[in-house]
Write a protein that binds this ligand. Structure first.
Ligand SMILES: Cc1cc2nc3c(=O)[nH]c(=O)nc-3n(C[C@H](O)[C@H](O)[C@H](O)COP(=O)(O)OP(=O)(O)OC[C@H]3O[C@@H](n4cnc5c(N)ncnc54)[C@H](O)[C@@H]3O)c2cc1C
Length: 466
């Protein structure tokens, strides 16, 4: 185990790419085994004084605070050193991984097999578990749907396995809820335990895939979104349909000055050929799209980093993500926080309807008019009813520009809250919004009671969702 700077003075503040206020961090502990994690937790449980523990996996939560805790007075528990793929079953469709296992590594292990990982558009060097416990989103679906079991160190040092775990010689069929009340969800976006491993599902690899790129002008936004929603509801679309607005296309290194949809069709050779033709016909008949390009007939141009990456991402391959990351923040994964260009995220869920997406776009226009900052947005359709709208703010990394970008972010929180568009993930500066967004106060009090019961000594620091 390695420990850095555990003392009575905070460490010098670290940099984060979003320029969120750095908190007082009194040390960093890097355990290498689960037993070491348990020992650390027990040591903190022996005292009620002093800094409390904040867990992270690879700490690349860029746009939401990176490694920054939500509050002062923590010791950071970095779990990247627990990096074993403990078990992997291509036949059963699951892998048992530790927090340091990156999406690139797991995806590479699956190359050429009948399974693939639901990968995100972030760097290949981000953690599968870190992203899943923060309820991130991949190109196939939300990562919580991949998470079927968690190994957790509780605040008293006890180790539990919740959800589904393969049982020895006869692993059985995956059943994330198990029997009776399921504690699995208690440990995502949570300060109730420290995750030391998880079971993630591996999706069947489609035999064939075609990605369509459909452009449309801003004047057709609501109608085009309604049409795309119709195709999604009728089963023409595989995975998460994406629509980049022109600002976000450029932010991530894509080409084009109109809205651009990326739509995946996957299945057998014959089903993909048939459904792709149906989508082309529907698009033609709607009269809404300026162009419809198929990945097999019109592969993306070499400098169209977004289309090139997205095409591979649907197939579970994050190897082109680093180019997109460099375009977004100007740096490799290891240097994003120290030297990358400024980057913030706001992540609301909104209804998958043309009027809702158009309304969100109006709100972002208002943010631009009021603050001078033009946010980019990407529609990620999670299902026929729900869009994860990724709103990004890029800014030069100076105090002045950071103030302006943060003002724009604050204003976006306000305007979206008023419109009923609530975020599903929070950044390290906006944890105070939990009370406003978390619905029934009695349910919130219930979770606080659980924290009180499980962690009376406050071993684990209250996080972004406390
Ligand atoms: C260009 C770009 C594209 C991006 N694309 C995506 C995308 O497509 N989808 C997406 O979801 N995000 C995306 N992101 C955001 C972010 O980079 C990813 O979500 C990333 O996976 C999070 O970092 P991490 O995996 O290192 O997790 P970490 O930073 O290690 O963990 C995230 C949080 O989860 C909790 N946590 C982590 N590990 C543990 C543990 N072991 N026990 C208890 N709690 C824990 C902590 O609260 C921690 O702060 C993108 C960012 C950029 C800049």
């Amino acid at each position: 185990m390695r420990a850095v700077g555990e003392g009575s003075k905070p460490l010098p503040p670290g940099a984060n790419v979003s320029m969120f206020v750095p908190r007082d961090v009194y040390g960093v502990v890097r355990p290498r085994t689960v037993d070491e994690v348990r020992d650390i937790v027990r040591a903190f449980a022996r005292t009620e004084e002093g800094p409390r523990l904040q867990a992270l996996s690879t700490g690349r939560n860029w746009g939401l605070g990176s490694r920054e805790p939500a509050r002062d007075g923590v010791v950071t528990l970095e779990l990247g050193g627990l990096d074993a793929v403990r078990e992997l079953s291509v036949e059963g469709g699951w892998a048992v991984v530790e927090p340091g296992v990156t999406q690139l590594r797991l995806a590479e292990l699956l190359a050429g097999t009948g399974r693939m990982l639901n990968v995100t558009a972030s760097s290949g060097h981000t953690s599968v578990l870190g992203n899943a416990v923060d309820r991130g989103v991949g190109l196939r679906r939300q990562r919580t749907l991949d998470l079927v079991g968690l190994e957790v160190v509780l605040p008293d040092g006890e180790l539990i396995r919740t959800g589904w775990w393969p049982h020895g010689e006869h692993p059985g069929a995956i059943n994330p809820q198990g029997l009776g009340p399921s504690p699995l969800a208690l440990f995502t976006q949570s300060d109730l335990g420290i995750v030391t491993a998880g079971v993630v599902r591996l999706l069947p690899r489609p035999e064939a895939q075609c990605v369509l790129r459909l452009g449309f002008g801003s004047g057709r936004l609501a109608e085009a979104v309604d049409e795309l929603r119709r195709w999604t509801a009728q089963g023409l679309v595989s995975g998460v349909l994406k629509v980049y607005d022109p600002v976000s296309t450029r932010s991530y290194g894509g080409l084009g000055d109109e809205y651009l949809t990326h739509l995946c069709v996957s299945g057998t050779e014959r089903s993909v050929a048939a459904v792709t033709r149906v989508v082309e016909e529907e698009a033609e008949e709607s009269g809404l799209f300026t162009r419809v390009l198929r990945s097999d007939e019109h592969p993306p141009a070499p400098d169209d980093l977004v289309a090139r990456a997205v095409e591979r991402l649907y197939a579970g391959d994050p190897s082109r993500n680093e180019a997109m990351l460099r375009s977004a923040v100007g740096q490799e994964a290891d240097r994003v926080d120290a030297e990358g260009g400024g980057w913030l995220f706001f992540l609301p869920l909104i209804p998958f309807t043309g009027p809702s997406v158009a309304r969100a776009q109006e709100l972002l226009d208002r943010v631009h008019a009021e603050t001078g900052i033009r946010p980019g947005s990407t529609v990620n359709a999670l299902d026929p009813d729900v869009v994860d709208l990724v709103v990004s703010f890029r800014f030069p990394r100076t105090e002045h520009h950071a103030r302006q970008a943060h003002r724009a972010l604050d204003r976006t929180y306000e305007l979206f809250a008023e419109a009923g568009f609530h975020p599903y993930r929070l950044d390290s500066d906006h944890h105070a919004w939990m009370d406003r967004f978390s619905g029934d106060p009695a349910a919130r009090a219930f979770v606080r009671r659980l924290k009180e019961t499980l962690d009376p000594r406050r071993v684990i620091a209250p996080g972004r969702y406390a």
